[in-house]
Write a protein that binds this ligand. Structure first.
Ligand SMILES: [Zn+2]
Length: 371
């Protein structure tokens, strides 16, 4: 929708919902209750100004994150505003715990600043206009709420990031810190939802709905978004060809299980092999693994063939060299197979297994960084 200090600011669709709801509840309910007997145009004006300035306060909050981020050399790609807050998106990783701490506290601090500003401003306005002073007072209050809410110590709120940076700083373990902050985020969200339901059934329908909805949003965010985002971003940058084993042995479908065990599983370190006619290696028929063979009684190994126990595979299930690892994980899930062949022009060039990916992830603990 616009650019501030070179950072594009975008509105999530949910913002039009909150804009409408906020305007409606302020000009239709809150302001008429606090200052009765004004014209409806006055209430609409008050509601409009309050809503717009609330929106501006959110932008101010997000921009302060970005300002401090820039100080630490983190470039913010864009700010997306959505229900009850915003997200500063950056493709860069937080360099250290200290940077994360200061980038995270900057938001709530800026909201506290605005809180004081609007409260003081309302005192200045009071002798001139009661309604204007009220709007300013409400803005002071909502910024205080914004600061306190964002300081709740659970990811993805600012307080959760602060908590994560502190644990990261004192334990030196970023993954552990991330896990704790996500857990507390889920507990907090669950608490909010329960509180919302209680308020809903004790007569405060609208307030209860808001709190419940907020908790629900937080819960889904804390549970999935973070870890998935981190993983997806990290794995999306890695090509299948970087992790796959190139040393592929193809098992013939006509081999007996006895032969397969002796000639492959006992000889090489792999837990599974692609099955193909040795003359047409690109034509992968399936995957055979040790656990499938183990399901067959030992005394039948000489009689049964690989083609009888393998998990069949269609061409579309195979990976290509250019696929990224995020795509590969998706295929592991859809096929239910733990390893997939990698083909280039019908030529078998490698095999990628889930354990290759897990091993690689374990070797790169720095991947659970701030996006
Ligand atoms: Zn914030």
């Amino acid at each position: 929708m616009g650019k501030v200090i070179g950072i594009p600011i975008e509105l999530n669709l949910s913002w039009f919902v909150i804009f409408g709801l906020l305007f409606w509840s302020l000009s239709g309910f809150l302001f008429p209750t606090l200052i009765p007997r004004l014209s409806s145009l006055s209430y609409a004006t008050m509601g409009g100004i309050a809503t717009l300035l609330f929106f501006a306060s959110l932008v101010f909050h997000e921009l302060s994150h970005s300002f401090v981020g820039q100080h630490y050399g983190i470039k913010v790609d864009r700010i997306v505003l959505f229900l009850f807050g915003g997200v500063s998106e950056t493709s860069q990783e937080m360099p250290n715990a200290k940077a994360e701490f200061w980038v995270a506290v900057a938001g709530p601090l800026s909201s506290i600043f605005l809180c004081f500003f609007f409260f003081l401003f309302s005192l200045v306005l009071l002798p001139f206009s009661g309604p204007a002073a009220l709007v300013s007072q409400w803005l002071g209050l909502i910024n205080l709420v914004l600061a306190l809410f964002n300081l709740l110590p659970g990811f993805p709120l600012d307080g959760g990031r602060v908590l994560r940076s502190l644990i990261w700083r004192f334990s030196g373990n970023q993954r552990f810190a991330t896990r704790i902050a996500s857990r507390t985020g889920q507990v907090l969200a669950g608490g909010l939802m329960i509180w919302g339901v209680i308020r809903l059934f004790t007569g405060n329908f609208l307030g209860g709905m808001w709190i419940f909805f907020l908790g629900w949003l937080l819960l889904s965010a804390a549970a999935n978004e973070y870890s998935e985002l981190v993983l997806r971003q990290a794995l999306g940058r890695v090509k299948v060809s970087e992790l796959m084993s190139r040393e592929v042995k193809v098992v013939s479908p006509d081999l007996s299980l006895e032969e397969a065990v002796h000639e492959y599983f006992l000889r090489y370190p792999f837990g599974g092999y692609p099955v193909a006619d040795p003359r047409f290696e690109g034509n992968i028929l399936g995957i055979v693994t040790l656990s499938q063979i183990r399901e067959v009684p030992r005394e039948e190994w000489g009689l049964r063939r690989v083609s009888q126990v393998m998990l069949p595979l269609v061409k579309e299930d195979a990976l290509s060299e250019e696929d990224d690892v995020a795509t590969a994980l998706l295929k592991f899930r859809t096929t239910g197979l733990g390893r997939l062949p990698v083909l280039v022009d019908h030529q078998l060039i490698g095999i990628l297994s889930q354990s290759d990916v897990i091993r690689w992830l374990n070797a790169h603990p720095e991947l659970s960084r701030e996006d």
